[in-house]
Design a protein around this ligand. Structure first.
Ligand SMILES: Cc1cc2nc3c(=O)[nH]c(=O)nc-3n(C[C@H](O)[C@H](O)[C@H](O)COP(=O)(O)O)c2cc1C
Length: 498
């Protein structure tokens, strides 16, 4: 309803740059882990407790395949640097920071000078390097602010993901707050898969004292805020007491000549913030459990490809070939391919807001346009049983195009996967923090679906949608839920042959 024009002159920079800090370049000689992408995304193990301290090469590999620049393209308005994970509008508003103990070089003997000294670092995707914000081991701060979350207490490396409002609000205004969850989620999907491929335990942690994490990074919280944390690796000793925490006042290069403030987002963030370790401790451990309603329609079991017949393309190959499909061909995919994507993407996420035995917040609703072996129509995914419940048969391409913000992509795709959630119940369970968790979970699942599609050389794209119309369309089944996220799957009009 509001006139919406993009001010190209004022488009924000795609990178955060600290002009006064020297950059330490990361090693780029990446290796193939040999782990099939489909296996890596399906892994939900988070806690083998043997010593696993990543070396600097491994950290570099994890950062590159999660948030590194994998290709660039020139446009009339400038050049875009595409990253390993998809992101709304290719605006890349999620920044990564590394908090770590001393990290060794590859094959380094114990006692040698560390390749990366303990510190707090900003990951500079532009230069593929790290800038040190603080020298010393500050992991204890994160143990304290997460209420001694065990995965954090024993992590040699902790990644903090932040969202910068203006970097995405330039295009999407206040809706950016939802994009934080989605765009952070796709990065975490890659990070979890890469950690699995490197045999490193990893866990997503969303319960932390916001102000303390922001202070550790010296963030200007009117502009940038911590959104999620991830632990990587395992080390038995807990971190030592940290050095004193002074205020950081580090200049950064302005993103635009002027920024527009959208106070609704700051209000939202503040309303979902946790203020003390005690609050975090009482928040953690809440898990949302429910059972799917008794099916009313035909229930069809998934038929994933036999493991021996699935793609063995490695996670590095698949992330390198991933992109968002700009045009789908309208050709069919098979029910086996769809089943393989759903099955591998929904085997659980190691996260503090989910229980280990496969909990989830988002329900998946499908519009099937063209899948061999599955009638066109709408379906509800019965997550625990791995079945699809038929809601309505029929040809819904036009409707899918309309619901997906009147774009061609959802109309041409073979399948649209909508993520819908009962926000009322989720907020009752988790408080306002549940809003962040549900968006983040959708982003992680969406990120996994991207990888599952590209592993099979199929196309995929995240999409935006008309919230309320989506709910009406899937009602009465979806009555009372909210639309969270949308992924289109199908055959790309261009061959994916990398
Ligand atoms: C949550 C999400 C929503 C998106 N929505 C749309 C959309 O509505 N229309 C579209 O053409 N692309 C959409 N995209 C694709 C992005 O434009 C794309 O990820 C970005 O340009 C980066 O390109 P790449 O994914 O090919 O690396 C979306 C991506 C994500 C992650």
């Amino acid at each position: 309803m509001h006139p919406h024009v993009l001010d190209w002159e004022n488009k924000p920079l795609l990178f955060k740059i600290y002009p006064t800090l020297e950059v330490t370049r990361l090693p780029r000689d990446f290796h193939q882990t040999g782990r099939a992408a489909l296996a890596a995304i399906a892994d939900s193990e988070s806690a083998p407790d043997k010593e696993a301290i990543p070396d600097l090469d491994t950290l570099a590999q994890l950062l590159f395949f999660s948030a590194g620049v994998i290709r660039s393209k020139k446009y009339a308005q400038g050049e875009t640097f595409f990253r390993a994970a998809s992101c709304t509008g290719a605006l890349y508003e999620i920044e990564l920071y590394v908090v770590c103990c001393d990290l060794p070089a590859k094959d380094q003997k114990p006692g040698a000078v560390p390749a990366l000294p303990a510190g707090v670092y900003h990951f500079g995707a532009a230069e593929f390097g790290l800038r040190q914000l603080r020298a010393g081991d500050y992991r204890k701060v994160l143990v304290d602010v997460t209420g001694a979350e065990p995965a954090i207490a024993h992590a040699p490396i902790i990644i903090i993901c932040t969202g910068t409002y203006w970097r995405n609000a330039w295009k999407y205004h206040s809706r950016t707050y939802r994009h934080f969850g989605w765009d952070n989620g796709t990065i975490l999907a890659n990070l979890l898969a890469m950690a699995s491929a490197e045999n490193l335990p990893a866990r997503v942690v969303t319960g932390f004292v916001d102000s303390d994490v922001n202070a550790l990074l010296g963030l200007d919280t009117k502009r940038e805020v911590a959104f999620s944390i991830a632990s990587l690796g395992h080390t038995k000793p807990e971190p030592p007491a940290n050095p004193a925490l002074s205020a950081l006042e580090l200049p950064t290069v302005p993103y635009s000549s002027q920024e527009v403030d959208y106070p609704a987002m700051r209000k939202m963030h503040s309303a979902s913030s946790l203020d003390s370790a005690a609050e975090v401790t009482s928040w953690r451990g809440k898990t949302y459990t429910r059972t799917a309603p008794v099916p009313k329609g035909t229930v069809i079991p998934l038929v994933p490809l036999d493991e021996s017949r699935t793609s063995k393309d490695t996670i590095e190959q698949v992330i390198s070939r991933r992109g968002s499909t700009r045009q789908f061909s309208r050709d069919s995919i098979t029910f086996q391919q769809l089943s393989t994507m759903l099955d591998h993407s929904t085997r659980g996420i190691p996260a503090d807001f989910l229980n280990q035995s496969g909990g989830y917040l988002n329900d998946l609703y499908l519009i099937v346009n063209n899948v061999v072996g599955l009638a066109a129509g709408t379906y509800f995914y019965r997550w625990q049983e791995k079945t699809l419940e038929l809601l309505k048969t029929g040809e819904f391409r036009d409707k899918a195009g309309y619901l997906g913000l009147e774009q061609q992509i959802p109309a041409d795709a073979a399948v649209n996967v909508y993520f819908l959630a009962d926000l009322k119940k989720i907020l009752e369970c988790y408080g306002n923090r549940g809003y962040r968790a549900v968006q983040l979970e959708a982003g992680i699942l969406g990120g996994k679906l991207y990888l599952a599609a590209y592993a099979q050389k199929l196309g995929c794209s995240g999409l935006t949608f008309y919230d309320d119309d989506v709910i009406s369309f899937f009602s009465p089944h979806a009555r009372g839920k909210s639309a969270i996220f949308l992924i289109a799957l199908g055959r790309s009009a261009l061959r994916i042959n990398r």
